[in-house]
Design a protein around this ligand. Structure first.
Ligand code: 5GP
Ligand code: MN
Length: 315
């Protein structure tokens, strides 16, 4: 498969790169590293994002060609990275099918293999780990711009090397990236210690909504539009909140419900130990990984909680 991709890259010139809505560190780091890799091969890559680059990742070497609206065009290939469902690319995703052959590279077990070429490896710590293997096949010279994006993608998707997804490749590749000039303390500071104070005002409001079920094994918090308004924040400031909730002693499943509108919530679930939250989110049409998954649930907060309790068989 990597050889096939190498052939497409060697032959082609113009490439489109995209990822999922609400991009996280792996989404951004993978897209950016692919961009810098293609640049170094004298190709012309373009990134299409449906959301702005989250402030946490603004420190990464930013590609010159990022677009936010899809313009009808032809590409020699379209790389869809870290995106389990085709629709999660965001508005206008259907148009992509006609714009070039789709190369789908991902590590979500729930990936719908919508590409012409699909490289799905659920055992990979991150999509960036798979890309690093691809870059080796391409015999690419790793630059600092590529290295810091790969490092950040792996660092963030493994929860700073704390989650189950932390495998030996994660360490081996990140160690290698330090030899190209990446400073782990710098990345850590940018990702974890660079928040605007408003995020913490929001965090206070969200923590205050904590409810525990099932003898403390399930913890739910929620965030509303009103809270965002009050603290002058947006949904990107909630990145990391659900991970704090998982830190509570005895909690096996942590849930953050974010109001999309009065009748719809976006759910982020995290588990520690054996609970498979991807299968729970799948019940609601979502997906993800065993310990980190998401979905949308219709209803007001009370209805959402009732649906969640039913899914977890809580009386
Ligand atoms: P988050 O809770 O941070 O949005 O997402 C956690 C994990 O679940 C990520 O791997 C993300 O791609 C996946 N995920 C989140 N929401 C959805 C969804 O609505 N559908 C699917 N298929 N995956 C989701
Ligand atoms: Mn990922």
């Amino acid at each position: 498969m990597f050889r096939k991709i190498k052939h497409i890259i060697d032959k082609g010139k113009r490439f489109l790169i995209t990822t999922h809505i609400d991009p996280d560190g792996d989404a951004i780091g993978s897209a950016f590293s692919m961009y810098w890799a293609l640049e170094s091969l004298n190709k012309t890559p373009v990134i299409i994002l449906k959301d702005p680059v989250p402030y946490r990742y603004e420190f990464l070497p930013q590609p010159a060609r990022i677009i936010y609206e899809l313009i009808d065009d032809r590409y020699d290939a379209i790389f869809v990275l870290d995106c389990g469902n085709f629709f999660r690319i965001g508005d206008g995703y259907e148009k992509l099918q006609k714009m070039g052959p789709i190369i789908n590279i991902d590590h979500h077990s729930t990936n719908e293999t919508f590409g012409l070429i699909n490289i799905i490896d659920e055992s990979a710590s991150s999509t960036a780990e798979i890309l690093y293997r691809l870059f080796k096949t391409l015999k690419l010279k790793i630059t600092y711009d590529i290295a810091i994006n790969i490092y950040t993608a792996i660092f963030t998707d493994t929860g700073s090397f704390r989650y189950n997804s932390t495998n030996s490749n994660a360490f081996l590749i990140c160690e290698k990236m330090t030899t190209f000039g990446v400073k782990p303390s710098y990345v850590s500071q940018m990702v974890h210690e660079n928040h605007p104070k408003e995020r913490f005002l929001l965090l206070g409001l969200v923590f205050a909504t904590l409810i525990m079920y099932d003898q403390g094994r399930i913890a739910i918090v929620h965030v509303t539009e009103k809270m965002f308004k009050k603290t002058h924040t947006t949904r990107e400031h909630t990145d990391g909140f659900v991970e704090y909730i998982r830190e509570i002693k005895g909690v096996e499943v942590a849930i953050l419900a974010r109001e999309i509108n009065r009748k719809k919530y976006k759910i982020s679930m995290r588990s520690k130990g054996t609970v498979d939250v991807a299968s729970i989110c799948n019940l609601f049409g979502g997906g993800g990984h065993k310990n980190a998954a998401g979905c949308q649930i219709d209803g007001d907060m009370e209805e959402v909680i009732n649906k969640l309790r039913k899914a977890f068989h809580i009386k």
